[in-house]
Each structure stands twice: as structure tokens, then as C-alpha cells.
Design a protein around this ligand. Structure first.
Ligand code: NAP
Length: 371
């Protein structure tokens, strides 16, 4: 009998996509694990997932909901470990500006709790851990699909905690088949440019659109590793199905298929210019600052209370250093198991995403206003 797939963070952005695909393409039983600190929060999450996944029209016996918190011992205690054949660990705190303690307790110690649970799953076929290409930290050059040492340091606590979680998994999963899927930053749901969850990239685009960021850190030639949510979820599913030996996969497009920071800004501004209200404001493209000048600016605005300038600079600061680092992320191992690889035109994806963000006013408009 096929065992259950336990999905942590199943109601998160990627978790919902992976869950939906497994629901539609397999008969497997799904254990959907969500963070909840009370029974009412758990009920609310169950109801919302039942709606999102349209579970009422499906075989409900296939789906069981569980809850817990990665920061607490015994957070998987209510799950029968013998029923689980695959664990897909997606739950994490994903903010680039997360504090050190939260990043460690959720992303590192939480992963350690997943591993402890996995050791009790005697029918376990695979523990698939979802990580980020930025677990490679400030390392430049080739980023292979192999473990990274972390010796180049990290731009923020999120990166460090995701690297530490990878190291914990590789060290502790003796005898447990494991996979690590390092996902690049999700720019849009798919090639249409639709955005159902915004992150630091969308926030930066918003600051540029409203003229609140006249200086950005970075080298115009730095490649930006941006992917669609569809590609990221397909990569996780492909790794789950591959049955390959333990190992790392980079869910990113190749370096020459990525947009550079300079092209990203130019494409964004070219798209913003098609919007009459942006055009009227005559906003200029930002100037590029080196890291020491940007750090000085960052320190200077710290004294400005809660000013808009301070908010703008501090929202970019946690990933500023990455905008100078030229990584060559390899994905050959992933491509061997991925059924289809059709990376979108990078400029086109950025332009469509900007169009979507303008039309929806970065999520404030209730629906897309057609232009
Ligand atoms: N999306 C991207 O661009 C991207 C890129 C690279 C890597 N990744 C990786 O992909 C994975 C999924 O990311 P995502 O974008 O889907 O993130 P997300 O939408 O923020 O979802 C994260 C999930 O983790 C849960 N979670 C957070 N803290 C928890 C805790 N203490 N205990 C239990 N669950 C907790 C969240 O629940 P609540 O909402 O209730 O807090 C949510 O369900 C993460 O591991 C992330 O590092 C994502």
C-alpha cells in the first residue's frame, strides 16, 4: 500500500501548490500539517484549505489535517509515524529580515524536529527538505547541486538558518533517504505574471514604482535567480518521484536564462512607463550604490524615526549584499529528472509581473482592472 505524504507548511505558498498537485496527480493519502496554536485557529485553517483545495468535491478520506508548531517538542506527536512514506518539509519562516532567534528556532531546530520524527517512520521512503539557493550565502561563482560549507558567510539570518538546516539534515539523516530542493526566489505564479504571494522583490518593485527608492545597492551585471511558483512546485514533485539516491537539487533557471539586476530595473521602468499615473510623476531610475555607500545610507536613515525613507532602505538592506554576488547556479541534476524544462523569457516574465502588480496596485485592488 502507498503510504501517506506528510506535508509541513501545507497552507503556505509552495505548500498549497505541492498539495494541490499531489491531490490531482496521485491517489496517495495526504497528511496536511499546519501551524496552529489553538483549536479555533486549526479549524479556521482546515476550513480555508478545504475551500482552496476544493476538498468537498473530492475523496475526503484521502486527506487528514494535523497541526503543531516547529518550535515545540513533540509537534508531530499526533501523527502515526508508521503511516508516513514521504515527508515534504516546506514549513519555515521565510522573511529575509527575520531575527536570529526566530530563524534558528523555526528553520534549524524545527528541521531537527522533523528529522527526529522521520527516524520513527519505519516505512519512510524519502525526506524531501525545501531550501533556498541562498543557503549558499555570500558564495560567488559556481553553486553546484552539492552541500555547501557556509564558509563565505551570509547576508541575513534567514540564509544562515536555511544553510544550517541543510547541514543538520545531511549530518543526521543516516540511513534515511533525503533530498534537498534549493528553490530560487519566486517572482510570479506562472508565465502570466500573476502574483498570489508577495515577497521582498515585489516590495522593492513597489518602492521603485512610487519613487521611494532613488538609490539601490548592487552591480547591474549581477544575475537574479527568479523563478515561477509553478516551476518550483514541479521541481519538488519531480524530486519526490525520482527515487534517486540522496542529494541536492537546485530549482533555479540557468545563469544565462536569468535576468541581470540592470535589465530587471530597466524592464520594470519600461513597464511602469506604460502606466499614465507613473509617467506623470516623472520618476527617475535609481542610481546604483556600492555596498559601503548603501550601508552608510542605511545607518544614516536609522535615526529618522519611522520615516518612509527608513522603511524603504531597511526593507532592501537584508538582501543588499546578494545584489553584488555573481552566482552561477547549476541545475543539471534537476534537469535529469524534470519531465519538462521550459524556462520563460526572463524579461517577459518581469514585464508581465510588473503589469500585474500595477493593475492590482500591489494587491490593493480587489481584482485586475483590464487596461
Ligand atoms: N517562495 C519563495 O520564493 C521561496 C524561495 C526559496 C525557498 N523557499 C522555501 O520554500 C519553503 C516554502 O516557502 P513559501 O514561500 O511557501 O513560504 P510561506 O508561504 O511563508 O509558507 C511557510 C509555511 O510555514 C509555516 N510556518 C511558519 N512558521 C512555522 C512554525 N513555527 N511552525 C510550523 N509551521 C510554520 C507557515 O505557517 P503560518 O503561515 O501559519 O505562519 C506556512 O504554512 C520554505 O522552506 C522556504 O524557505 C521559498
Amino acid at each position: 500500500m502507498v503510504g501517506a505524504r506528510l506535508i509541513t507548511g501545507s497552507d503556505g505558498y509552495l505548500g498549497s501548490r505541492v498539495t494541490k498537485t499531489l491531490l490531482e496527480s496521485t491517489d496517495a493519502q495526504l497528511f496536511l500539517w499546519v501551524r496552529a496554536s489553538s483549536s479555533s485557529e486549526f479549524e479556521q485553517k482546515k476550513n480555508s484549505m478545504t475551500d482552496i483545495l476544493d476538498l468537498r468535491s473530492k475523496d475526503l478520506r484521502r486527506v487528514e489535517f494535523y497541526s503543531g508548531n516547529l518550535t515545540e517538542d513533540g509537534c508531530f506527536a499526533t501523527i502515526d509515524p508508521t503511516a508516513v512514506s514521504n515527508i515534504i518539509h516546506l514549513a519555515a519562516v521565510t522573511r529575509f529580515n527575520v531575527d536570529e532567534e526566530t530563524a534558528r528556532s523555526v528553520n534549524l531546530e524545527g528541521t531537527a524536529r522533523v528529522i527526529e520524527f522521520a527516524k520513527n517512520c519505519r516505512n519512510l521512503e524519502r525526506l524531501c527538505h525545501v531550501s533556498t539557493v541562498y543557503a549558499s550565502g555570500k558564495r560567488s561563482g559556481v553553486i553546484d547541486e552539492t552541500p555547501v560549507t557556509g564558509s563565505d558567510g551570509f547576508a541575513n539570518h534567514y540564509e544562515r538558518s536555511k544553510w544550517a538546516a541543510e547541514a543538520e539534515l545531511i549530518d543526521k539523516c543516516v540511513g534515511i533517504p533525503w533530498s534537498i530542493v534549493r528553490v530560487a526566489t519566486v517572482l510570479a505564479d506562472d508565465v502570466t505574471g500573476q502574483v498570489s504571494q508577495q515577497n521582498a522583490v515585489h516590495n522593492t518593485l513597489k518602492l521603485l514604482y512610487y519613487g521611494l527608492l532613488s538609490v539601490i545597492p548592487g552591480d547591474a551585471s549581477t544575475p537574479l535567480y527568479l523563478v515561477t511558483g509553478e516551476f518550483a512546485a514541479d521541481a519538488v514533485i519531480a524530486v519526490l518521484r525520482s527515487g534517486e539516491d540522496s542529494g541536492v537539487y537546485n530549482a533555479a533557471y540557468k545563469r544565462n536564462q536569468c535576468i541581470t539586476l540592470g535589465d530587471f530595473v530597466d524592464t520594470a521602468f519600461a513597464t511602469f512607463e506604460t502606466d499614465s499615473s507613473f509617467k506623470k510623476r516623472r520618476i527617475l531610475k535609481p542610481l546604483y550604490a556600492d555596498i559601503s555607500s548603501f550601508s552608510m545610507l542605511s545607518e544614516a536613515v536609522t535615526g529618522f524615526g519611522d520615516g518612509i525613507m527608513k522603511q524603504a532602505v531597511s526593507s532592501v538592506s537584508p538582501f543588499a549584499e546578494q545584489l553584488f554576488i555573481d552566482k552561477d547556479v547549476k541545475n543539471d541534476r534537476l534537469l535529469k529528472i524534470l519531465p519538462h524544462y521550459n524556462p520563460p523569457d526572463a524579461r517577459d516574465l518581469v514585464a508581465k509581473t510588473c503589469q500585474y502588480l500595477i493593475q492590482t496596485k500591489w494587491g490593493r485592488a480587489s481584482e485586475v482592472v483590464s487596461s
